[in-house]
Design a protein around this ligand. Structure first.
Ligand SMILES: C[S@@+](CC[C@H](N)C(=O)[O-])C[C@H]1O[C@@H](n2cnc3c(N)ncnc32)[C@H](O)[C@@H]1O
Length: 289
């Protein structure tokens, strides 16, 4: 599955790239946004590519071989951005997972193709989806699926998980997706797969995606040069809420910052029709004056 970068033009336009500047793609993924940034940089320009997924870094390296600017790669969490780099003219966050990760069923992100229950973006992390689904107590599972999945049938789903795992371990993604499908009321007509929200919840927990977000944005603002921009693309309201709040907090604490996007930027209809992954995307931009 080819990864199509979301809100590409909008995010690149908002970065207002200076050819000799320093730019960080903190979620380089398959390098879709990074290659457009690189194409706008001169020999003096620098592009720093970060991803917590080693395979994404390998893919991005392949994509970014033929550019003039200096390019550096870091297999790291963007939470460490201020250790990776001390100043930047623009920082991009394109949150969530990449098609590369979903389409490799061995990674355990897919509820369509079978694979082991893993879901770690960084293989160095210890906790896998298998461990959470098979070992976490009812109360913790309720909280994860309710809060991170915004799944209204969380209690029914957790009851089914507990019942199933009392007989055997839940081993694979399709086995888990089936448990969810059998737990939710049959009468409800789902717009998307009934397992989608629960998978999202477990993935967010495995990768502690939300708990590091606010601090990562604040750290990013601390390395921004004057006229520098932070562009963040989110894919669900939980992420978007944190970004909105973090931007406000940064502006309250430091009058040198301004929110460029009083309202979030959405993909146009044409993009939504040609790339279904973009339908829930939003872009928010912060700048240092
Ligand atoms: C939506 S994809 C980025 C796609 C990329 N912009 C492109 O056009 O190819 C998100 C990427 O962010 C990475 N990621 C998610 N959370 C991260 C974190 N905390 N630190 C570093 N990388 C992260 C994921 O591994 C994934 O490769």
């Amino acid at each position: 599955m080819k990864h199509i970068p979301v809100l590409l033009k909008e995010s690149i336009d908002n970065l207002k790239i200076k050819p000799d500047g320093i730019y960080v793609d903190s979620t380089v993924g398959c390098g879709g946004h990074a290659e457009v940034i690189a194409s706008k940089l001169s020999r003096q320009g620098k592009l720093i590519c970060v991803d917590r997924d080693e395979i994404a870094i390998k893919e991005a390296k392949k994509k970014l071989v033929n550019f003039n600017c200096e390019i550096y790669f870091f297999h790291d969490n963007f939470y460490n951005i201020s250790n990776i780099c001390c100043c930047a003219d623009g920082i991009l966050f394109d949150l969530g997972i990449c098609s590369l990760q979903i389409s490799d069923c061995n990674r355990g992100f897919s509820y369509i193709n079978d694979g082991p229950l893993d879901m770690r973006m960084d293989k160095r992390d210890r906790v896998t989806a298998f461990e959470i689904i098979n070992n976490f107590p009812e109360k913790a599972l309720n909280k994860i699926i309710k809060e991170y999945g915004e799944e209204r049938f969380y209690k029914l789903i957790v009851k089914k998980i507990l019942d199933y795992r009392s007989k055997k371990k839940i081993e694979s993604t399709l086995e888990f997706a089936d448990i969810i499908k059998n737990a939710v009321p049959k009468k409800i007509l789902y717009k998307s797969n009934p397992a989608k929200k629960t998978f999202q919840a477990i993935r967010i927990f495995v990768n502690y995606e939300l708990s590091i977000l606010e601090e990562s944005i604040i750290k990013s603002s601390s390395i921004l040069n004057n006229q520098g921009k932070i562009c963040v693309i989110t894919f669900h309201s939980l992420e978007d809420r944190i970004i909105k709040h973090s931007f406000k907090k940064i502006c309250l604490d430091d009058k040198n910052f301004d929110i460029v996007t009083k309202k979030a930027i959405y993909p146009c209809l044409e993009e939504i029709n040609s790339n279904s992954r973009s339908h829930s995307a939003k872009l928010r931009v912060l700048e240092k004056k």
